[in-house]
Design a protein around this ligand. Structure first.
Ligand SMILES: [Zn+2]
Length: 290
């Protein structure tokens, strides 16, 4: 069942767990994510980025994803990750998204505020409970051809307060040392900055670059007010390894190979959902009317 992003992350924040937000690039990855959430009775966010939407076409991606999300047995939301233009955001909003991320993190602080504020205004005009997520500072690394500020730039908590107040966003993705893609060395997570943000900011926060972080880091971040955790790269790795294995073992039929990929993705998502503490939390949403 489709539940709005904001309900998912607010309930998660109140109950000290996080909702996993998993990136998909094709049908079997999306199905693997949903199958894991259903097996563990966990709420889930599925999200995708502009490069995939551009590659496969807006309608094929969004219509298939909405159909799968609305049919699933657990509370789920479809989210635009790293929205890169006002136009794409508008298109998502009129096609039933309950949340979008607008990424103005490569712009100046003032320009980021200006763009984000505009997206918040248009979103709330479409529907009151549409959530807007935005990034501040710059989260490093590369994923889906999204180069996010090179090596990254840690958020300044005072700027974050101003940013949240002036834009009216619902969730903040702060740069605290996590990075997109694969960590080439041990990431230095600024828990001190996260703690400061948790004191200053009341809205839920989002971890970008969840692939490869350890259990302890996740748990600390959840305690510090991070209620949505993005995982993309680990699913891609699981997908291609499963396909590689299938082909090696002579399973070249697309249906057989896809089934293996779906299973591999599901296993990763199950592992993450357990770490994020959202097992069985689907029941917390039963009485919520969206
Ligand atoms: Zn991201």
């Amino acid at each position: 069942m489709e539940v709005s992003y904001i309900k998912l992350v607010e309930i998660a924040k109140k109950n000290s767990f996080a909702v996993g937000a998993f990136n998909f690039h094709n049908l079997e990855v999306l199905q693997g994510i949903i199958a894991a959430a259903e097996e563990l009775s966990s709420p889930v966010i599925v999200q995708t980025t502009p490069p995939f939407i551009n590659d496969a076409g807006f309608k094929p991606v969004i219509f298939a994803a909405r159909e799968i999300v609305s049919r699933c047995s657990v509370p789920a939301a479809l989210h635009l990750d790293h929205g890169n233009s006002f136009e794409l955001v508008q298109k998502c909003l009129v096609n039933g998204f309950t949340s979008v991320m607008i990424d103005g993190s490569k712009m100046s602080f003032e320009k980021n505020i200006e763009l984000t504020k505009k997206v918040v205004e248009i979103s709330k005009a479409v529907r009151e409970d549409i959530a807007v997520e935005a990034e501040l500072g710059s989260i490093g690394g590369v994923e889906d051809q999204i180069i996010d500020g090179g090596s990254g730039k840690i958020i300044i908590p005072e700027e974050a307060v101003k940013f949240v107040e002036q834009t009216g966003i619902d969730a903040l993705a702060p740069a605290i040392g996590t990075a997109h893609g694969i960590y080439k060395s041990e990431p230095i997570i600024r828990f001190d900055v996260a703690a400061e943000l948790n004191k200053l900011i009341k809205i839920p926060m989002v971890v970008h670059g969840g692939s490869g972080l350890d259990v302890e880091t996740f748990h600390k971040l959840i305690q510090l007010g991070f209620s949505k955790i993005n995982v993309g790269t680990e699913l891609k790795i699981a997908w291609y390894k499963a396909l590689e294995n299938s082909f090696k073992n002579g399973k070249t039929d697309p249906l057989l190979a896809s089934a293996e990929a779906r299973k591999a993705v599901k296993e990763i998502v199950i592992d993450k959902i357990k770490i994020f503490g959202s097992v069985g939390k689907a029941r917390d949403f039963i009485n919520i009317k969206d």
